[in-house]
Design a protein around this ligand. Sequence first.
Ligand code: CP3
Length: 341
Amino acid sequence: MIPKFLRALSCTNEGAPPVWFMRQAGRYLPAYRSLREKYSFEEMAHRPELIAEVTRLPFQLFPFDAAILFSDILLILEAFGCSVRFKEGTGPIVQGSMKRISFENVAEKLSFVAEGIRWVKPELPVPLLGFAGAPFTVACYWLEGGSSIDFRQVKRVIYSDPLLLRNLLDQLTQATIQYLHMQIAAGVDAIQLFDTWASLLPLHLFQEFCLPFYRRILEALRPTRVPVILFCRGSSYFAPWIASVAPQGISIDAQGDLPSIRSVIPVNIALQGNLDPDLLFAPIPLVQAEVRRLLEQMSGDPGYILNLGHGILPLTPLDAVQAVLDCVWERSSATFEGVSS
Ligand code: CP3
């Protein structure tokens, strides 16, 4: 039997939707925080047995319908000879030259990721998502040297040196294709591309600096038949343009109204989302009311995947996560008993 998550991605799911959360393998989990007392983030992300352990952590508590590989979108920069460190409180720090942008054999440089996938895959009860950052978002961190409040450097390059940006995006796209082929060969069941900072761009620049690169990645992966979900901040607005490059799924940010978005997206593209991550800090009855409302609105949609509109936040209470899953379970048992359609 095809797992629910993959059925929804091919828009053939019946009954309650599958559910997983972006960043579900991370800091809101007490067990993750304990591991981080022993190891640095870099060490955890480079050791296959720890990659496997953290990928499995959420399943000790919650029966999500998909697992996401524990890794980070910035590690691909190691194939460009950059150093990537994650500093407590500051976020990532990227160091590396922009003089001659080139990468080495990605599968070799990042073989520890493939090994982590091979390690964890046989032990998972559900499909495994591999992932990569979309070229534009990875370029943002590279250009800024890390996180930024206003992305001043990125905006300067967009308007004053678009050739440099295009070259950078071109190289990142080639490396990302190699990287995702490696993850697929190692056994992931689906891929998600994260383009967090696409929301910095007005539509015409999104069409210039994001869409063509999504298209190239999707075309390169199409022969593998592994489904790809595109997530970006701004996806509530960009969704119809994202649909034009034909991913198998689009992950919608928390701003948009999912039923309205569904009405303009082809029925053969799955939609994922889009609870507000901050909702999980509300009193449980409010969390439940909001989740039930969304489930009701999307009920009967065979291509719907319940998720947040962005990653789960570090201090999220565990019982709010449980409340979301309870609402989905309530709906699936109601459907099963024929009480509701
Ligand atoms: O559950 C999962 O999704 C695990 C895998 C994963 C991580 N990062 C682990 C991580 C994924 C898919 C990401 C994606 C990622 N990384 C994005 C895109 C999605 C998004 O949230 O917008 C971005 C922009 C990054 C870059 C990044 N990595 C930042 C800005 C930071 C520091 C701030 C933060 O959110 O933690 C990281 C570190 C990071 N990546 C942690 C984890 C679990 C925390 C590290 C720690 O333990 O201190």
